[in-house]
Every structure is written in structure tokens, then in C-alpha cells.
Design a protein around this ligand. Structure first.
Ligand SMILES: [Zn+2]
Length: 322
């Protein structure tokens, strides 16, 4: 029995390794541009008229407060190939739940499922979620993932330039359950030169860099230098550098999937991969296997297997240096 189990394990791991290896070639170096909250008009002004291959992801909070015109702006962006993700119903962070592992169900039922429902009612089927204020932990990841499998948080390290912040880069060799983005907002004072170095690293290492912002103001605006904004001219410069380097503009879910093909999509959630299909509404309660034990049923097991497979693969690669 034991021998049979070992053989099955080897077969399973071999299949997983093959699957992972076959993805490596598809992992082009790239950039993920994401924007949070509700400034749909500013996003639409900047992105909707573009005819190039620049793609961004917009994580929208407070969907129930949007006007019909704002929803149409988001629909327009989606039709241009951009992704519309979820950023909670009321923009309440996990910090306000004291990161309490016993309140994950409450958080999901208050901040996640109602937000998805509101989006579904307007024909949007999000797959991705960004945590308000970047506040998260593994318990909340496990609770949200059955509904929105692709999770984004934030990362900031004032002691290092962006090019040395490993946390904001990923590729098909990296194991991750959440991706972290660095901020483009004025308040962090990141220079174009620093961002250029960060993009060069992504190109050289075949990595994908994740970035996030909020408002995008024209330079002539009185708010152009406000804390949570980036100037349109600066964003255009960043995009031009990425294009010059030949980086691919990934939407968030595309970027997340470079490694995580093996992680099953949620049974109950919200949508098709292309963000436009029909889908059933989420159920009223979270499945028992995804409660506040930090567990996560089938995903948890798959994820552990994935981690193990990648570790084996890494040690295998070390023995056959090419
Ligand atoms: Zn936010």
C-alpha cells in the first residue's frame, strides 16, 4: 500500500512538473498596472482612448455608489481589454476586523459577497480582489479565494529601491498565493529613474512587476501633485519605458495565472476567465472547508502540493545547470 502511494505520488508530481515546465516559455517579462477605488472618470480619460496594447486592472470599491455613467465607463474599459476587479463593498480593510481569524466569514459576507453581487447585477464578473489598504493575512486569503481567487496586496520598503524589492516581482518559478504591488502615488516619491531600473530588472529576469495607484490627473490639474495621484505625464513615461523594453502589459488575473494554472478556479464564483461570461451568483455562505481555520479545503492541498513540486523542481534544476 505504501509502495503504491509512493508511485502515485511520483506520477502526480511528474505530471505537475511537466505542467509547470510547459508554462515557463509563456512567461514573458511584463508589468501589471492596477488602480484602486472609484475614480472611473480619470481612468477612462487616460486609458479608454488608447489604441496600443497597454492594459490595466481597475479594482473598484463601493460599487453600489457608482452612477450609471461610471458603470458605463468601466464597461467601456472592460471592452477595451482592461480588467475590472473587486476592492470590497465599503472599502473596509481587514485591519478593522483586527485581522481576527474568527471574523473571516463576517468579512466575506459583508465586504466580498455583496460587492460581487453588485458587480454581477451590472454584468461584471470579477476574478481578482485587492485588499483595502493592503491589509491581509492567510486566514482572510483562504476565506476570499473561493470567490475571488486572484489576490493583490501592497508592499512598501523605504529602505530599498523598487528594483531590489523582490516582493513586487513574480514569474513562473515563484510560488505565491497573493501578489504585492508597489505604489505609484506621489506620496511615495518614486522617480522615473527608479522605475526604469525596476522595469529593466523585470526584463532581464523574465519577471512581472506589479504596481498600483489611485488617481491619474492631467498635469494641469490642481490635484496633479496630490498624495494619492500620479501625473498623467509620468504614467505615460512609465508606459513608454515598458514599451521600449518590450514588456508585456498583463491584466492582474493574467499575471497571476503564470504560475497558478494548477490552482482550481472557485466552484461558486463569479465568473468566466475572460471576465465577460455568464456565471452563477455566489452562494449565501462560504463552504465549510473554507472557514476561519486558515485552511481552505481542496485549494489548501493543491497549494501544498504545488509548493512541494516547485521545491523538487528547483533542486532538480540545480543538478542540471545548463
Ligand atoms: Zn483603496
Amino acid at each position: 500500500m505504501k509502495g503504491l502511494f509512493s508511485k502515485l505520488t511520483v506520477i502526480c508530481l511528474s505530471a505537475m512538473l511537466l505542467a509547470i515546465n510547459s508554462q515557463a516559455a509563456t512567461n514573458q517579462p511584463g508589468i501589471v498596472l492596477t488602480f484602486d477605488d472609484t475614480s472611473t472618470g480619470l481612468w477612462h480619460n487616460f486609458f479608454a482612448g488608447r489604441t496600443d496594447n497597454v492594459r490595466a486592472t481597475f479594482f473598484v470599491s463601493q460599487w453600489h455608489t457608482l452612477s450609471a455613467a461610471q458603470i458605463q465607463q468601466l464597461r467601456d474599459l472592460q471592452n477595451h481589454g482592461h480588467e475590472i476587479g473587486c476592492h470590497s463593498r465599503n472599502h473596509i480593510g481587514v485591519g478593522q476586523y483586527l485581522f481576527d481569524p474568527n471574523r473571516t466569514l463576517e468579512y466575506v459576507n459583508t465586504e466580498v459577497i455583496p460587492a460581487i453581487r453588485n458587480m454581477n447585477n451590472d454584468g461584471f464578473y470579477p476574478l481578482s480582489f485587492s485588499y483595502p489598504s493592503g491589509e491581509r493575512n492567510e486566514n482572510y486569503d483562504a476565506a476570499i479565494r473561493p470567490y475571488l481567487p486572484y489576490l493583490r496586496t501592497t508592499y512598501y520598503d523605504p529602505a530599498r529601491p523598487l528594483a531590489q524589492n523582490d516582493q513586487i516581482y513574480h514569474n513562473s518559478d515563484k510560488v505565491y498565493a497573493v501578489l504585492a504591488g508597489a505604489s505609484l502615488d506621489n506620496r511615495y516619491g518614486v522617480t522615473i529613474a527608479e522605475i526604469e531600473q525596476a522595469l529593466i530588472r523585470a526584463k532581464n529576469n523574465h519577471e512581472i512587476i506589479s504596481l498600483y495607484g489611485h488617481y491619474i490627473f492631467d498635469d494641469a490639474s490642481g490635484d496633479a501633485d496630490s498624495q494619492y495621484a500620479i501625473r498623467a505625464s509620468k504614467l505615460n513615461q512609465i508606459i513608454a519605458i515598458a514599451q521600449r523594453l518590450g514588456l508585456r502589459f498583463y491584466t492582474f488575473h493574467e499575471a497571476f495565472e503564470v504560475q497558478n494554472q494548477l490552482i482550481p478556479l472557485p466552484v461558486s464564483s463569479a465568473g468566466s476567465v475572460n471576465n465577460t461570461g455568464t456565471a452563477t451568483a455566489p452562494p449565501d455562505a462560504i463552504p465549510q472547508t473554507n472557514n476561519n481555520n486558515g485552511g481552505g479545503g481542496s485549494f489548501h492541498l493543491s497549494y501544498l502540493l504545488l509548493v512541494f513540486a516547485l521545491k523538487v523542481r528547483q533542486s532538480f534544476k540545480k543538478t542540471i545547470t545548463i
